[in-house]
Write a protein that binds this ligand. Structure first.
Ligand code: GLC
Length: 694
C-alpha cells in the first residue's frame, strides 16, 4: 500500500506515473516537524533496524550510520567522507524488528538524510524546499518478503524501467582520449584480432569539434557515417557522449538557435547564465521546458543519422567549472591577500578561493528555470536537471524512430529518469575499494528503478593494474552495463594491452555465454517491477547473518554473486543463505561445479577464477560464447543447476528480438522445464543437461 502526503506546494518532478490522492493527517511511522532548515521527518532506529535504498550513494548496502545528502554533485573523489554523488534517489526502506516501511521523498531540491549519524538511535530527514510529496509504502502483513514487495509497489508507482537494446548487454570499451577514426579502428582491431568480445565503443568529448555538442571534428573524423558503418559490419556500435553545457560561440548553430529562441537558463536580470565546462564558456539549456527538450532532443538525430545507436549524457548535474561571478570573487580574495600571506591560513584562503570555483553553491543559486508557469531558482530543483536532459534525449529518440530501442545512460539522474535510460556511476578510481562500492550501489539503484547500470570497470581516474581490471571485470560480467572506461593520461586500459589479456578474454566469454540468462532476468525485472540485484536481506529476512552480508548479492531469481575485491586475494569467504551449486568459472567452457551446503565457506580462487552460485533446485542456461551479442543464440543451451533425483524445476525465460520498443511479457516469456528423469522441455530450443548435478 502506498499513501501520499503533501507538504506545502510541491513542484512537478515527473517521478511518479500514478496519481494518488493526498491523505489527510500524518503517517503513523514518523514524526513531521518544522525547523529553520526545512521540514523534518524523523523516526526511531531500534538497534536491530536496517535501512536500504538511496540509489547511487556511498557507504553500505545497509545505509544506517551515516549522513547522506541528496544533491547531485560532480565530484570525482568518491571517498568515505563524501555524502553525495551524481544522482539523488530519495527512496529509503526501513526494516525494523516490528515493522517495515518505505519512504519516497519526492523533492528535487536538497534533502539531508541523517540516518543514525547524529544519534545512533534516530533517523532525521530534512527537506529544505518549500513543498514536497511524501510517499509512504507499507507491505501487506502476511507478505514474507516485505522489502521486495515494497519495491515492487514503489516501482508500480514510478513506472516501467528503461529497457536497452540487447546489444547493450555486450562489452563496451571507452576511454577519454579516443580522438580520431584511427583511434576507434585501432580499438576495434585490438579486440577483433585477439577475439576479445566487443559490442560498442564509446566516443568521449574528443570526437567533437572543440567540445561542441552534436558536432564532430571533420579532420579527425572525415567520414563518421562510413566509420559507423564499417564498425557496425564488425558488430561494433558507436556511442557518442553529449554534455549538458553548450559552447558559447557565434556561428555554432546550437548556440545561435538557443540564444535566438531564449532556450538557455537565465539569471535574475533576464540575461543568460554564463558558465564554463569542457568547451570553455557555455550555456545551459533549460531542460525544464518541453520545447527546449524537443529542440535539444532533435539534435541527437544528427548523430543517429551518422550511424550512432547509443549515447551517454554527461556533466548534467549540471557541472559548473566556473562562472564569471565566481572568478571575480576568487580574484577579489586573491587581491585582498596580495602581499599579505602572513597568517598560517592565508594560503589556504587563497587556494580555497580558487578551489571553490567549481560547482559553487552561490552559482547554483544564481540562475532560474521555467517550471510550468513558474520561474524557479535552480537550487530548488537542482537534482532534476540531469534527469530532464535524459528525458530530452529519450524523447528525441522516440521522435526519430519510436519503434527502435537506443542505448542511453546518463551520469546525473533522479527517479523518473529510470524510465528513459540507464546510468553509470561516474568518475570512480582505479582503487580496490571501488569494486566493493560498485557492488553496494547496484541493488540500491535497482530499488529506485535503475536496472541498466554499472561502473567504469578498471576504474576511471588513477592507473589501473592488471589484476584490478581482471577482478573488476569479474563483477562486471554480471552488471547490465559492462563498460571499461578510463580517464585521459591514465594507464591505457583496453584488455588487449595487458599481459593477461587471454585471462580477461576468458572472463568476458562467461559474460557472453550468460547473456541469454542475464538479458532474460533484466527484462523480467523491468516488466514485472522486480529487482535484478537484491541484498541477501531481501530474500532471507529471517537469517540474521544473511541480512548483514555487504559483499554478495542475489542476482535474478536463481543466483548469487560473491566477487573478489581485494588485491592478492587467494580466495574469499562466502556465506550461503541456502544450499547452492557453486560454479567456479575460468571461461565459459572451463568451469567446475560443486554442491555446497548452507553456511560459511572459505573458497580458494586463483586470479582467473570467479564465482556464481545457483540455488539448489534451480538451474540457469549457458549459451555458447561469442565475440558479439548478435552471435549469442539460444539455439543450444547448456543448463547448469543442482536438482534432486526425480526433481522437476522450471525456469521462467524471457526472449525477444532485443531491438523493438514494443516489449510484452506474454509474448516473450516461456518456461524451460527440466526433470531429472532426463526430459527437457523448452519450446523448440535444444537444451543440454550436462551441467545439471543430480
Ligand atoms: C566526466 C565524465 C567522464 C568523461 C570526462 C570527459 O568526467 O564523468 O566519464 O570521460 O568527463 O568527457
Amino acid at each position: 500500500m502506498i499513501r501520499r502526503y503533501t507538504y506545502g506546494t510541491p513542484l512537478p518532478t515527473d517521478a511518479v506515473v500514478k496519481q494518488l490522492n493526498t491523505e489527510p493527517g500524518a503517517p503513523d511511522c514518523l514524526t513531521v516537524s518544522k525547523s529553520t532548515d526545512g521540514t523534518v521527518l524523523s523516526f526511531p532506529l531500534p538497534e536491530e533496524a536496517m535501512l536500504f535504498g538511496l540509489g547511487e550513494q556511498l557507504h553500505g548496502i545497509n545505509k544506517r550510520g551515516h549522513l547522506y545528502r541528496s544533491w547531485n554533485s560532480d565530484d570525482p573523489q568518491h571517498t568515505e567522507s563524501k555524502s553525495s554523488l551524481y544522482a539523488s534517489h530519495n527512496l529509503l526502506l526501513y526494516a525494523g524488528p516490528e515493522r517495515s516501511f518505505g519512504l519516497f521523498v519526492d523533492d528535487p531540491g536538497e534533502v539531508i538524510w541523517d540516518l543514525g549519524y547524529t544519534r545512533m538511535d534516530a533517523a532525521v530527514i530534512t527537506v529544505a524546499g518549500g513543498g514536497f510529496d511524501l510517499y509512504v509504502i507499507t507491505p501487506e502483513e502476511n507478505e514474507d518478503r516485505q522489502l521486495t514487495a515494497m519495491c515492487r509497489e514503489f516501482r508500480g508507482l514510478i513506472g516501467r524501467s528503461y529497457v536497452p537494446p540487447r546489444w547493450a548487454m555486450g562489452y563496451l570499451q571507452s576511454r577519454w582520449g579516443y580522438a580520431s577514426e584511427e583511434d576507434l579502428v585501432t580499438v576495434a582491431r585490438g579486440h577483433r584480432d585477439k577475439h576479445i568480445p566487443l559490442d560498442g565503443i564509446c566516443m568521449d568529448i574528443d570526437y567533437m569539434e572543440r567540445f561542441k555538442d552534436f558536432t564532430w571534428n571533420r579532420e579527425a573524423f572525415p567520414d563518421l557515417p562510413g566509420l559507423c558503418e564499417c564498425l557496425k559490419a564488425q558488430h561494433i556500435r558507436v556511442i557518442p557522449i553529449i554534455d549538458a553545457g553548450v559552447k558559447a560561440e557565434e556561428g555554432y548553430d546550437v548556440f545561435d538557435e538557443g540564444e535566438e529562441k531564449g532556450f538557455f537558463c537565465k539569471r535574475e536580470d533576464g540575461k543568460d547564465f554564463v558558465t564554463a565546462v569542457w568547451p570553455g564558456e557555455s550555456r545551459l539549456p533549460d531542460f525544464f521546458r518541453p520545447e527546449v527538450r524537443a529542440w535539444f532532443g532533435e539534435k541527437y538525430h544528427r548523430l543517429l543519422d551518422a550511424g550512432a545507436e547509443g549515447f551517454w549524457n554527461d556533466m548534467n548535474e549540471p557541472a559548473l567549472f566556473y562562472t564569471p561571478e565566481g572568478l571575480r570573487r576568487a580574484y577579489e580574495t586573491a587581491d585582498a591577500l596580495r602581499g599579505a600571506l602572513t597568517e598560517y591560513d592565508s594560503s589556504f584562503k587563497l587556494s580555497g578561493a580558487f578551489n571553490a570555483l567549481a560547482n559553487n553553491p552561490e552559482d547554483y543559486r544564481s540562475f532560474y528555470h521555467t517550471v510550468g508557469d513558474r520561474t524557479v531558482r535552480h537550487d530548488r530543483v537542482h537534482n532534476l536537471y540531469g534527469a530532464l536532459m535524459t528525458k530530452a534525449a529519450a524523447e528525441g529518440f522516440a521522435a526519430y524512430r519510436a519503434e527502435k530501442r537506443y542505448l542511453l545512460f546518463s551520469r546525473s539522474s533522479y527517479i523518473g529518469a529510470h524510465r528513459c535510460g540507464g546510468i553509470w556511476m561516474g568518475d570512480n578510481c582505479s582503487w580496490w575499494s571501488h569494486i566493493l562500492l560498485h557492488l553496494k550501489m547496484l541493488p540500491s539503484l535497482n530499488m529506485a528503478g535503475f536496472l541498466y547500470c554499472g561502473a567504469d570497470l578498471g576504474g576511471f581516474t588513477a592507473n589501473t593494474t592488471e589484476d584490478l581490471l581482471e577482478r573488476w571485470l569479474q563483477l562486471g560480467v554480471f552488471t547490465p552495463l559492462m563498460r571499461n572506461h578510463s580517464a585521459q593520461h591514465t594507464r591505457e586500459q583496453e584488455i588487449y594491452r595487458f599481459s593477461i589479456w587471454e585471462m580477461m578474454r576468458g572472463t568476458l566469454s562467461v559474460r557472453y555465454a550468460l547473456i541469454p540468462y542475464l538479458y532474460s532476468e533484466l527484462m523480467l525485472s523491468a516488466l514485472t517491477d522486480g529487482l535484478y540485484f537484491r541484498p541477501l536481506a531481501f530474500d532471507f529476512p529471517e537469517d540474521r547473518t544473511a541480512c548483514h552480508v555487504e559483499d554478495q548479492l542475489m542476482l535474478g531469481t536463481q543466483c548469487m554473486i560473491a566477487p573478489v575485491y581485494e588485491q592478492n586475494a587467494v580466495g574469499r569467504h562466502v556465506y550461503l543463505p541456502c544450499d547452492m551449486l557453486m560454479v567456479r568459472f575460468r571461461t565459459a567452457e572451463d568451469y567446475d561445479m560443486e554442491p555446497m551446503a548452507q553456511g560459511h565457506h572459505w573458497i580458494e580462487l586463483k586470479l582467473n577464477e570467479f564465482l556464481l552460485f545457483i540455488k539448489r533446485g534451480c538451474f540457469i542456461p549457458l549459451a555458447r560464447p561469442a565475440e558479439y551479442t548478435e552471435a549469442v543464440t539460444t539455439e543450444r543451451l547448456r543448463l547448469l543447476g543442482w536438482l534432486n533425483p526425480g526433481e522437476k524445476s522450471t525456469l521462467r525465460f524471457y526472449e525477444d528480438d532485443g531491438v523493438t520498443t514494443q516489449v510484452s511479457l506474454r509474448e516473450g516469456v516461456r518456461d524451460i522445464a527440466v526433470d531429472t528423469g532426463g526430459a527437457v522441455q523448452c519450446d523448440g530450443s535444444v537444451c543440454d543437461t550436462a551441467g545439471l548435478v543430480r
